[in-house]
Design a protein around this ligand. Structure first.
Ligand SMILES: [Zn+2]
Length: 276
């Protein structure tokens, strides 16, 4: 799934590759996908976007927001977007296809699930509005004070570190992917209760969250996710399914996997102790 580092990378690439191009063909909903959702009928998307010019793209949490004249196209985190120089290299299956007047194209393919939502006016998409209302961890507005204000909330103190960071859109665009290295670098077990963290650990978590996401973004995303051109990012993920049973880079204890809160967690049992 695309998270903050990849979405920021793809937004930057879109601004360089397709901004200013004119759309001359739109196909929405070509390949049926039960878990691909559109707002309204996919054909509506074609009516709105055809003959329009691509404007600025922004990352809004885990959502890619593309301004297309008076419309906004929002692609959620489960949508893989590719730019192709020649339309003939377009894959046979897709959920949205935008062809440009110079014969290049953008193709969106939904993986497990994902939203392709087009709006003629202001979006009413609640995830988008929520993400828009919160500071990005890459911005200065996501300050130590802001993070502390989240960590002292009585309802959040009951949560585990994973639940706190990556559920309920508390930090939009931060999900179960980037979470693993953030917690490893903070030496915090994903199941630790937030109420059990010392002030020093909360500071370390804040620092890790900011610096890990900055590094992942600077490297063009993680090496297990692809960018607009189908290339994996340069950030080498430390804790992932590819590194289970490898030695921890800090203490050489073997990296463990556990299933927790609807997804796997990867951690070093020595560096990230559950009980202190
Ligand atoms: Zn370790």
């Amino acid at each position: 799934m695309l998270e903050i580092p990849e979405v920021v990378t793809i937004a930057k690439q879109l601004n360089e590759a397709v901004r200013g191009k004119t759309i001359n063909k739109v196909i929405a909903g070509y390949t049926e996908h039960k878990l691909a959702w559109y707002n309204g009928k996919p054909e509506q998307c074609s009516d709105w976007l055809n003959n329009k010019v691509i404007g600025e793209t922004r990352a809004v949490g885990g959502i890619i927001e593309i301004a297309i004249d008076n419309c906004l196209l929002l692609l959620s985190d489960g949508v893989n977007l590719r730019y192709l120089e020649k339309t003939e290299s377009c894959p046979g299956k897709h959920q949205l296809y935008l062809q440009f007047s110079d014969d290049s194209c953008l193709v969106a393919v939904v993986q497990m699930y994902g939203g392709i939502c087009c709006y003629d006016g202001k979006p009413d998409n609640k995830y988008y509005l929520l993400a828009l209302s919160k500071p990005s961890p890459l911005s200065d507005n996501f300050s130590e004070d802001y993070f502390h204000s989240l960590t002292v909330s009585p309802e959040y103190l009951k949560l585990s570190a994973k639940a706190f960071l990556a559920t309920e859109q508390r930090i939009p665009g931060l999900g179960n992917g980037v979470l693993q290295d953030i917690l490893f670098k903070a030496s915090i077990h994903p199941k630790r209760k937030m109420s059990s963290l010392t002030i020093k650990e909360i500071d370390k978590l804040f620092y890790s969250l900011k610096s890990t996401l900055q590094e992942m973004t600077k490297e063009g995303g993680r090496n297990n996710e692809k960018d607009l051109f189908g290339k994996v990012g340069n950030y080498k993920v430390i804790m992932s399914k590819k590194t289970v049973n490898n030695p921890c880079p800090v203490c050489s204890t073997l990296i463990k996997k556990d299933n927790y809160l609807g997804g796997a967690v990867y951690f070093c049992p020595k560096c990230q102790k559950l009980e202190k």
